[in-house]
Design a protein around this ligand. Structure first.
Ligand code: T4K
Length: 378
């Protein structure tokens, strides 16, 4: 039995932000106030974009207000129409970005090994109405990059990536951010690299980049010249300051995540009915920002409740699947029948706290709570 002091106070959260050098951030903020330049393509945003482009090896990086608007700008900028194939096992924003832009998200199933789009399922859903595949690098694990590109080339549909989870990930020596027609990152507070709210689009396509720069600023091409439809998706200077400071600690954050994941592995190695999902297979250097436990035997919610009782706020990302959320659930009530792997995985996943606010001792205590529920392997 666990003792009362196994309860965390304050609570242990999934999604606790990492914060880099506060003094450096405050210095940038002071300079920003002195300049009286707070938004609209300011010097900090420009510096942030250029450092991101250098880091990713991408020709263009366009900083935006958040990942969702980044997706919307790309959808619009590529002139997508009709249907776009997406996973249902993702954060709801992936599908919402399509829906609010008047497109129809078509849900493909996932590969249970990777949790990413199953290429055969995607292939079976391509119709004359399909304009694109919007793949997600779920948990920062790269999607089936080569196979999806091949499929897109064969069928003439566009390929774009929701890379919200995959900042800082490298696969076969190439950074995520350089694949497909464009990739979209989220720098939300809950991501291991954050700009409070924020995101960025990376692309090697000059024309698309130019369109995105216009459309994130209402379509303005000059002081009083509007040349296209657009919205307000500009990153603010204070967000860029946070990004610049956190970039200096990127490797440290990844290192902390990697060590935390290793510690969870060790502590849970003898626990029954649980294993950790592989977020970075051979050839991939991950960011390890999600510790994804797969709980078998229908016991996931029992573990979740026990953790909550001890103030460990684990999350059932991305249960129950986007197809079971509105407006999709009402429109396609039987969608789940065609998504067996999505449903099976969504019922097992439990995301555990990590990041710089979680230390080794906390992980030992979290693992003890889980083992207390599930018992030890025979
Ligand atoms: N595509 C994918 C695949 C995504 O995962 C996301 C976002 C997007 C697109 C869209 O990108 P953005 O437009 O958001 O840039 C959170 C985030 O809000 C969301 O950004 C993220 N994915 C998603 C996976 O997680 P919720 O609904 O879980 O947020 P919430 O408020 O429940 O907070 C999560 C945890 O973080 C809680 O334990 C509290 C903790 N937290 C949160 C904040 C904001 C803190 O400790 N401190 C904080 O400042 O969506």
């Amino acid at each position: 039995m666990l003792s009362d002091d196994s309860t965390f106070n304050p609570p242990l959260h999934v999604g606790r932000p990492n914060v880099g050098d506060r003094e450096a951030f405050l210095r940038l903020a002071a300079e920003m106030f002195d300049r009286r330049w707070l938004s609209n393509d300011g010097p900090l945003v420009q510096e942030f974009e250029s450092r991101l482009a250098g880091l990713l090896g991408a020709k263009h990086v366009i900083a935006v207000t958040n990942g969702t608007l980044g997706l919307e700008l790309v959808i619009d900028g590529l002139g997508l129409t009709g249907e776009v194939i997406v996973p249902a096992f993702t954060f709801v924003a992936t599908a919402h970005a399509l829906e609010v832009r008047g497109l129809r998200p078509v849900f493909a199933d996932i590969d249970p090994e990777t949790h990413n789009l199953d290429v055969a399922s995607v292939r079976s859903l391509i119709t004359p109405e399909t304009s694109a595949i919007l793949a997600v690098h779920l948990w920062g694990r790269p999607a089936a990059l080569t196979e999806l590109q091949q499929l897109a080339d064969d069928t003439g549909v566009k390929l774009i990536y929701d890379a919200a989870h995959a900042f800082g990930v490298t696969t076969s020596g190439r950074r995520i951010g350089t694949f497909g027609a464009a990739e979209v990152f989220s720098f939300h507070a809950t991501k291991f690299f954050n700009t409070f709210e924020g995101g960025a689009v990376s692309t090697n396509d000059d024309e698309l980049a130019a369109r995105l720069r216009l459309s994130r600023n209402f379509g303005f091409a000059g002081e009083d010249r509007v040349v296209s439809l657009g919205t307000n998706a500009k990153m603010t200077e204070i967000c860029a300051a946070m990004g610049l400071v956190n970039l200096d600690d990127l490797d440290t954050f990844v290192d902390i995540n990697r060590k935390n994941l290793e510690r969870y592995r060790q502590e849970l190695a003898g626990t029954a009915s649980i294993r950790l999902h592989d977020v970075a297979p051979t050839g991939t250097k991950g960011n390890y920002q999600y510790v994804v436990a797969m709980v078998e035997d229908g016991r996931r919610d029992e573990v979740l409740a026990a953790l909550r009782k001890h103030n460990v706020l684990a999350r059932r990302y991305f249960w129950p699947g986007v197809h079971r959320m509105e407006p999709y659930a009402t429109r396609w009530p039987k969608a789940g029948e065609a998504l067996p792997q999505t449903e099976a995985i969504a019922d097992r996943v439990l995301v555990l706290p990590t990041g710089s606010s979680v230390n080794a001792e906390a992980i030992t205590r979290v693992a003890a709570i889980i083992t207390d529920v599930l018992g030890r392997r025979d």
